[in-house]
Ligand binder design. Structure first.
Ligand code: WT7
Length: 654
C-alpha cells in the first residue's frame, strides 16, 4: 500500500468548548475512553446493555451475538420488537403533542406533524397496505419525493414487518425496474409528481415506464400520493390513490412484532462490479446503531430541532430522518426542496425559521453554497445552532473552515461522520463534547467500533501510512447480507485476502500521530459524485447498452463542487466522430445515461477514441485513463500498450 500516500497536512485542532462539554451526553475524553474500555472489556455486554436501555422490546433477547455462521452475524436474535412502535407509539404517553416532523415544503410553506398525528397517518397507511395484502416479509418499493409521507410510508411498512426498498426519486425507470425485479416487490408506493426547486418531476409516469415491459411480474399494486394537481395515466386494476386507500382505515394498527434479525429494509448501492447490491439491514441492530449515534455523535437532547438534509433515497435519510430522530422522540425538519431555491440562502433561512439546533449536510452542498453565496449565512440569525455535521465524502479544510466560522460562528463543533450504506450508522466520528476536531478528519471510532487500518495481509500499518480501513469485530448495525446473494456479501465485505475475518469497507485511510483517522478515498472502481457512490461498471454497462456504442470505460476526475465528476471514454461501433458530430453524440450519450440510471450518473466529459488503451493481454489501463481525465501529462512508459496511438485521441474532451 505504499502507493497510497497521504498528501493532506492539516494541523489545526479545535477543542470542545467548556460549555459544550459541560452539557454533552458524553462529556470529556475520560468519559469517551471509559466507554471504549467498557466495550473492550466486555464487547457483548456493552452492546447488550445499550440494547436493553434504548430499545423497547416486546420480548427481551437472551442471546447477544451469534458468530457461529460468520460472517452472517446475528444480534439479539430471540428478541422481538417493532421499530415503528419504538419510533412512535412509545412517545405517545408523554410526547403525543410534540412536533415530530416539520415538513418544510419546496415552496417555503410548512406543516407541523405531531407524534399523535404521525401515529395516525402511519397506522392508516399500514391498515391500507394490509388491505392490499401486504404482510411481514413482503417487499415494498418506495419511489417518492421528500415529502413527510415518504417517512410515513417507511414507517407503515416497518409497522407491518414488510421490507421497504426506497429508490431515490432521481433514478430513472431502468433503475426502478432493476430494483423492483431484484427484490420481487409486491407494491410500489409513489407520487404523481415531485416538486423540487419549483420544478415538477414525474414519478408515476416513470413507474409506468418501469412496469411497461411486463418484466416486473411481482408487482400487484401501485399506490400513488397526490402531491400536485397533475393528471397521470391510470391503470384501474393496478393503481390506487393513497388518499383513497387510507380514507376509511382505522387510525390504530397493532404493530407486527418481528425478530431482531428480521430484515427492516433493503437499500441498493453501487459496487465496483455488476448490478447494484441490495444492502439488507436487520431491525434490532440497525435501530440500536441509529439511537446510540444520535446520542453520542449528534449529542441529541429533548429540546433539539434536528435537520438532516439528505433524501430518504440514501442511507442517511433512513438512519437520520426516517428512524433515528423519531426513535428518540425528536423534532426534526423534513425538507422537500433544494438548497438553492428560491436562492442559495434557503438552508440558512430555514435554520432561522425553525430554530434548528443540529444541522447535518454534505460537503458537496457546502461547496456549492460557498460558490453561490459565501456571505449569505450572515443575513440570517443562526444562533440557534449548536452542532454541525457532514457526511458522504472527505471535507476539504477550506469548506470545513467556512462551515465552522460562517455557519457555526466558530461556536459549533462539526461532526465529520464516516460511515456507509452498509454500516447503517456512524462508525467513525467525533463525540463532540469529548473529541477535539481537526478539519478534514473524521477523528476516532465510536465506542464499540473496532476500526483499524491494515495492509494487504491484514496487519495494522504504521501511523502515517495508508492502508485499508477495516472493522475487526461485528457490530449491531452492520448489513446482514446482500439481498439474494450471500456469496457476493461474503466476497465483497469479508474477502479471503484479509482472512475473511474483517469487515472491509473499500476505503483507504491513514492515522495521524494522535491516532485520528483520515479517509483517503475508495480503493475500488467506485466514484463519489456529490457524496454518493456510483459504480464505474454500472455507468459503463449503461453506455454499452446504447446500440451505437462498442466499448466504454468510466473514471472520475476531481470536481470542485461534486467532489468527483464522471468521465467516459467511448468507442463507437462506427467511425470515431469528429467536430459537431462528436458534440452531438456526446450530448446524446449523456442523455442516454441520465435515462438509463439517472442524472446523477451523467458524464460531465465524454471522449471518443478508435479504441481504449489496453495491455497486450487486453486489459484496459484505467490508471492511464484516470491521468488523461485529469489532464495530466503521461510520463510513464506506454510502450507495453497494444495501441499507444489512441492516447492522443483520448486526451481531449469533445
Ligand atoms: C462512502 C459510503 C454514509 C452516508 C453517505 C454515503 C464515503 C462517507 C465520509 C466521510 C470521508 C466518507 C466513503 C464511504 N464517505 N462519509 N465523513 N469522510 N468519506 O453513503 O453511498 O454508502 O458511501 O462514502 O468513501 O465508503 P454511501
Amino acid at each position: 500500500m505504499s502507493a497510497i500516500e497521504s498528501v493532506l497536512k492539516e494541523n489545526r485542532v479545535f477543542e470542545p468548548s467548556e460549555t459544550f462539554t459541560a452539557h454533552a451526553n458524553v462529556s470529556g475524553m475520560d468519559a469517551y475512553n471509559a466507554l471504549c474500555e467498557k466495550a473492550n472489556a466486555d464487547y457483548e455486554g456493552f452492546w447488550a446493555e445499550l440494547a436493553r436501555d434504548n430499545i423497547t422490546w416486546k420480548q427481551p433477547f437472551t442471546k447477544i451475538l451469534d458468530e457461529s455462521n460468520a460472517p452472517f452475524f446475528k444480534w439479539f436474535e430471540d428478541g422481538k420488537l417493532n421499530i415503528s412502535y419504538n419510533c412512535i407509539d412509545r412517545h405517545l404517553a408523554d410526547k403525543a403533542d410534540k412536533v415530530a416532523i416539520i415538513y418544510d415544503k419546496d415552496d417555503g410553506s410548512s406543516e407541523n406533524i405531531t407524534y399523535r398525528q404521525l401515529y395516525e397517518r402511519v397506522c392508516q397507511l399500514a391498515n391500507g397496505l394490509k388491505s392490499l395484502g401486504v404482510k411481514k416479509g413482503d417487499r415494498v418499493v418506495i419511489y417518492m419525493p421528500m415529502v413527510a409521507d415518504a417517512v410515513v410510508a417507511m414507517q407503515a411498512c416497518a409497522r407491518l414487518g414488510a421490507i421497504h426498498s426506497v429508490v431515490f426519486g432521481g433514478f430513472s425507470a431502468g433503475a426502478v425496474k432493476d430494483r423492483v425485479k431484484d427484490a420481487a416487490a409486491k407494491i410500489i408506493i409513489t407520487a404523481n409528481e415531485s416538486v423540487r426547486g419549483g420544478k415538477r418531476v414525474p414519478l408515476k409516469a416513470t413507474v409506468d415506464d418501469a412496469l411497461a415491459g411486463g418484466d416486473c411480474t411481482s408487482v400487484e399494486k401501485v399506490v400513488v400520493l397526490q402531491r400536485t394537481d397533475a393528471d397521470v395515466a391510470w391503470s384501474d386494476d393496478r393503481d390506487i390513490w393513497w388518499h383513497d386507500l387510507v380514507q376509511h382505515q382505522a387510525s390504530d394498527c397493532e404493530p407486527e412484532w418481528v425478530g431482531a434479525e428480521d430484515p427492516l429494509f433493503i437499500l441498493y448501492t453501487s459496487g465496483s462490479t455488476g448490478k447494484p447490491k441490495g444492502v439488507q439491514h436487520s431491525t434490532g441492530g440497525f435501530l440500536l446503531g441509529a439511537i446510540v449515534s444520535m446520542k453520542w455523535v449528534f449529542d441529541y437532547k429533548p429540546n433539539d430541532v434536528f435537520w438532516c438534509t439528505a433524501d430518504v433515497g440514501w442511507i442517511t435519510g433512513h438512519t437520520y430522518i426516517a428512524y433515528g430522530p423519531l426513535a428518540l422522540g425528536a423534532t426534526q425538519v423534513v425538507f422537500e426542496g433544494v438548497p438553492t431555491y428560491p436562492d442559495a440562502g434557503r438552508f440558512w433561512h430555514d435554520i432561522e425559521k425553525f430554530k434548528v439546533t443540529i444541522f447535518y449536510t454534505a460537503p458537496t452542498a457546502i461547496r456549492s453554497l460557498i460558490k453561490l453565496g459565501a456571505d449569505l449565512p450572515k443575513k440570517y440569525d443562526l444562533s440557534s445552532l449548536r452542532l454541525l455535521g457532514t457526511v458522504g465524502e472527505p471535507i476539504n479544510p477550506e469548506a470545513w473552515m467556512w462551515y465552522y466560522q460562517i455557519v457555526g460562528n466558530s461556536r459549533c463543533p462539526i461532526v465529520d461522520t464516516w460511515w456507509q450504506t452498509e454500516t447503517g450508522s456512524n462508525m467513525i466520528a467525533p463525540l463532540p463534547g469529548a473529541v477535539a476536531i481537526k478539519p478534514g478528519s473524521c477523528t476516532l471510532p465510536l465506542p464499540g467500533i473496532i476500526a483499524d487500518i491494515v495492509d494487504e495481509s491484514g496487519a495494522p500499518v504504521e501511523k502515517g501510512n495508508g492502508g485499508f480501513l477495516v472493522i475487526k469485530r461485528p457490530f449491531p448495525s452492520l448489513l446482514r447480507t446482500v439481498w439474494g446473494d450471500n456469496e457476493r456479501f461474503k466476497s465483497t465485505y469479508f474477502p479471503e485476502d484479509f482472512g475473511g475475518k474483517y469487515y472491509v469497507a473499500g476505503d483507504s485511510a491513514h492515522r495521524d500521530e494522535n491516532g485520528y483517522i483520515w479517509i483517503m478515498g475508495r480503493v475500488d472502481d467506485v466514484l463519489n459524485v456529490s457524496g454518493h457512490r456510483l459504480g464505474t461498471m454500472e455507468i459503463e454497462s449503461a453506455l454499452v447498452a446504447n446500440p451505437l456504442v462498442a466499448e466504454a470505460a468510466v473514471v472520475g476526475k476531481p470536481h470542485d463542487v461534486k467532489g468527483e465528476a464522471v468521465v467516459a471514454f467511448v468507442v463507437l461501433k462506427g467511425e470515431r466522430p469528429h467536430g459537431d458530430e462528436a458534440k452531438r453524440m456526446a450530448a446524446e450519450l449523456k442523455n442516454w445515461v441520465a435515462h438509463e440510471i439517472g442524472k446523477i450518473a451523467q458524464p460531465d466529459d465524454i471522449r471518443f477514441g478508435e479504441n481504449l488503451p489496453k495491455t497486450r493481454s487486453g486489459k484496459i489501463m484505467r490508471r492511464l485513463l484516470r491521468s488523461l481525465a485529469k489532464g495530466e501529462e503521461i510520463t510513464s512508459d506506454i510502450s507495453t500498450l497494444e495501441n499507444p496511438q489512441v492516447m492522443e485521441q483520448l486526451k481531449h474532451s469533445v
